[in-house]
Design a binder for this molecule. Structure first.
Ligand SMILES: [Zn+2]
Length: 356
């Protein structure tokens, strides 16, 4: 598939491998606006949000679908939107989980302590913060009922996966932007398609048991357990081995993979970690702040050029690259950043990797 750069969603984006896609991503702002990625989860009525810069282009109902927010770092263009999210959620019975690099809990605490909460003690809303360090994830909770006082919740080991749900997981990588900065990838778990002809051949009727079978297979439950093969099993004959049903009725295909990387220095270690995180992504959302002619300025600002973003995408073998975070200095050269990144992806410009 030809890589497409810096584009907005269009018809057909909601399908993947010929069926409705689970992950429906879109940049929160145009490429020259604040960084941010909104990933709607089809059929689940929920969403993931990456970075908290200006988010006025997201409707309140879209923000309220978000259960998990992933913050790369707390420079102002990645965190100024925290207040709008807070205000939308404040009176709701919800827990918002916010993931960020080391120090994020202190930044959340400072944001929250900027307001007065004497009339908010009845609100059930809470924020759970997870600081992603190189070795451990440190958890803390801020509840409206306590005036958003920090409550430590202990630590968990960090193994690269920060969110693990039945249909997807979110991975994080520790990157360097002069300060710790996180890159993220969303991996949809194996897609399971029912083979209707096999179902008919077995004399089986779809129902809740089939939904449960798919859920069990995604969860990795053992093949050698007996499970029902209809919704009202009356005798032992209505039970079959899970592995037998799985093999006969289900087709398994790899799920979608998205990656989101922004605000990173072009160093050998960052490049190694980014390529590992992004490898095989269907869509790689990557910053491209400067043209390569301004690479010295990019290095001073610990950002990527379009050529560098294209090089990382090419090394990682992504199917599509979408760039964002364009410097306003190129406002009079629309398309120049995308053209440079695209030239690397299409082989017209040699990839450039640090230390290569
Ligand atoms: Zn930054």
């Amino acid at each position: 598939m030809a890589p497409l750069l810096g584009r907005q969603p269009r018809a057909g984006d909601d399908t993947f491998a010929g069926v409705t896609a689970l992950l429906l991503p879109r940049l929160v702002n145009p490429p020259d606006g604040d960084p941010g990625l909104y990933v709607s989860l089809a059929h689940e009525g929920s969403a993931l949000l990456f970075d908290l810069g200006d988010n006025q282009l997201l409707a309140p109902r879209e923000i309220l679908r978000v259960g998990h927010v992933f913050v790369s770092h707390t420079h102002v263009d990645h965190f100024i939107g925290f207040d709008r999210v807070l205000r939308l959620f404040l009176a709701r019975e919800r827990v918002l989980t916010l993931y960020g690099p080391q120090g994020i809990a202190r930044h959340v605490e400072a944001k929250l302590s900027g307001y007065t909460w004497n009339l908010s003690r009845d609100y059930p809303f809470a924020i759970e913060v997870r600081e992603i360090g190189p070795v451990v994830v440190t958890r803390a909770r801020f509840a409206a009922s306590t005036g958003f006082r920090l409550e430590p919740l202990g630590t968990l080991p960090f193994d690269g996966i920060v969110l693990d749900q039945p249909t997807l997981c979110v991975e994080a990588a520790q990157l360097d932007h002069g300060i710790p900065c996180l890159g993220f990838a969303v991996q949809e778990k194996a897609r399971l398609h029912v083979r209707p002809e096999a179902l008919a051949a077995e004399g089986l009727t779809p129902g809740r048991w089939l939904t449960q079978l798919k859920r069990d297979v995604r969860a990795g439950l053992p093949d050698d357990a007996l499970v029902p093969a209809n919704d009202a099993p009356s005798d032992r004959a209505a039970y079959r081995l899970r592995g037998e049903l799985r093999a006969r009725l289900l087709l398994e295909a790899p799920g979608q993979r998205l990656a989101y990387v922004t605000d990173v220095a072009f160093t050998a270690e960052n490049a190694r970690r980014i390529v590992a995180l992004v490898r095989g992504a269907d869509i790689f959302f990557c910053e491209a702040v400067f043209l390569d002619i301004d690479r010295a300025q990019a290095a001073r600002r610990a950002h990527l050029t379009a050529r560098q973003a294209g090089s990382l995408a090419r090394c990682a073998g992504v199917r599509r690259l979408e760039i964002f975070h364009a410097s306003p200095r190129y406002a009079t050269q629309p398309g120049a950043l995308a053209a440079e990144a695209g030239a690397v992806l299409q082989g017209a410009l040699a990839p450039d990797l640090p230390g290569a």
